[in-house]
Design a protein around this ligand. Structure first.
Ligand code: SIN
Ligand code: MN
Length: 211
């Protein structure tokens, strides 16, 4: 079992938490979901800019124009959001509990980063007020290429630390860390374990909207 490292109060890194077999199965599941009947897409956000990831939401759809959750993808193609698979819900509670927290996830944002993938500094704050007030964590699972993950404070201008998220890592941030700014400055191409047959990086963030 991998050690749990406390990065900051409420922020726990479970390094190499997932076995290679689990990573392989998740990579395959993510691929199938992203190329499924309701496919992943590159969101265009409020200011008109394109994100630098391909995204697919499960359970609830995050609308990049309104920064709210909805059941159909009104900012893109109007399709209904696919259900959150049970194994991902179970994975989220397992990771949360390994980090000393609880989570009954009802949505997942699945992102794929190719060699140029990145994500600007932001807060995850579009879940329900109750969920955020309770400090219910976000469980972030990384599969594939290593990422340079930036983890800041509660204000955008606060200092930022750089963490490395490797394939199989789970990063859990809840309680006092729930609203900390974070982002991905880059991925490191060709670092995914060969056994995954994966190009790039998948990241799953599992969250609980309803409390
Ligand atoms: C996110 O903050 O939504 C994604 C973080 C990551 O890709 O590690
Ligand atoms: Mn986020």
């Amino acid at each position: 079992m991998s050690p749990a490292t406390t990065i900051a109060p409420g922020a726990i890194l479970l390094h190499r938490y997932l076995s290679l077999d689990t990573q392989r199965a998740l990579a395959e599941q993510c691929r199938i979901l992203m190329d499924g009947a309701v496919p992943a897409y590159v969101p265009v956000v409020r200011g008109g800019g394109k994100m630098h990831v391909r995204m697919l939401c499960l359970g609830r759809h995050w609308n990049g124009k309104s920064y709210t959750y909805e059941s159909t993808r009104t900012d893109f193609d109007g399709l209904p959001v696919p259900a959150l698979p049970d194994n991902l819900r179970a994975l989220a509670s397992e990771c949360a509990s390994a980090a000393g927290m609880t989570l009954a996830a009802d949505l997942c944002i699945l992102n794929h980063y190719d060699a140029g993938g990145r994500m600007g500094l932001h807060q995850d704050k579009d879940e329900s007020e109750k969920s955020i007030a309770a400090g219910l964590p976000v469980v972030s699972v990384s599969i594939g290429d290593t990422a340079r993950f930036l983890f800041g404070g509660l204000r955008r201008r606060d200092p930022v630390m750089a963490l490395t998220l490797d394939s199989g890592d789970a990063f859990v941030f809840g309680g006092p860390a729930r609203l900390r700014f974070h982002g991905v400055s880059r991925t490191v191409p060709e670092t995914a374990p060969r056994e995954l047959g994966l190009s790039g990086r998948f990241n799953l963030t599992l969250r609980q909207y309803d409390v």
